[in-house]
Design a protein around this ligand. Sequence first.
Ligand code: HEC
Length: 328
Amino acid sequence: MNALKFFASAAIAKAWLLALLMVVPLHDAAAANKWGADYFPDILLTTHEGQKVRFYEDLVKGKSVAINVIYTSCKDECPLETARMAEVQRLMGDRMGKDIFFYSISIDPEKDTPTILKAYAANFGVGPGWLFLTGKKEDIKLLTRKLGLSRLNDAASKDGHATSLMLGNDPNGQWMRNSAVDNPRFLATTMANFFGWKEPVLPTASYAQARSLDTSRAQFTFESRCASCHTIGGGDRIGPDLGQVTTRRNPVWIARYLKEPDKVLAEGDPIAMLLFNYYPKVRMPNLRLGDEDVAVLISYLAMQSAAAEKAKRTVAAGGERLPEPAKR
Ligand code: HEC
């Protein structure tokens, strides 16, 4: 139990870049029941589809699960977390609801009614095998404490919360903590290893399409923090296509917006309001980016926009370069 508490420590929680590597089996397989029915409270929860379920009996017993906590009004990292999980969900394909179940538990259960959770889930394209859960505040407090996610229940620090994902394999009683905002492919592979799946999670096609890993900081930052919601020149996702954004908007505005989109919007900035109305479902989250990350990201956006634009022209010309404009 103290082990679980320990995992929730702030330092680890914030070190999300490294957290995925924290593979911590909570015990050895011999004591399989230690983290089973006797350990987890069998509290009553309601799913985003309005079903009543028991936490242990219905959701965990005999299953492989991935559990995180969220709340729908979060302006901080939760939207990124949910967007990443949605990508992992896609990578899991038809394992979802069969070999693996995702549970996102609201830590703001009074506001997050099943109806609100249902709308939230729909915004992220949540499919079968992934439930958003609400319940009695006290019950959820107890549960998240048992899951080692209790710090997140501290209302005061809700917005600075840890983006942790607990993986649990109930049949052999193993639990492991991950970061929920890591690269989805990495997460999917970690899950496959942890749950001992023999078949790779990723269909061969995705491997082929996977861009070779560029370790540059900009790309890493973009891929890990933005790409779940944005493309650069590939069309809208959850958020707007960022192709040409650096020519469309003043870089000073972009820099400020990247740092505190919530404040910019709250101040009634006309561009932020327009964007917010146009993409009403999910809000651009405040990802607490530092100045350096912001600068690096803006140059990356400019560079990638130019590359995407060039590729488009090449495609438009049937694979050839477009002819130079006629000289007069
Ligand atoms: C959870 C989804 C999500 C994530 C993650 C996210 N964004 Fe956004 N972003 C949005 C949405 C949605 C909007 C549209 C405004 C709104 O509805 O709040 C937006 C708007 C923007 C805009 C303004 C676009 C324009 O046309 O002016 C920029 C720039 C931007 N995001 C950059 C980023 C960058 C860079 C990152 C990563 C550091 C990022 N976003 C991460 C969802 C996201």
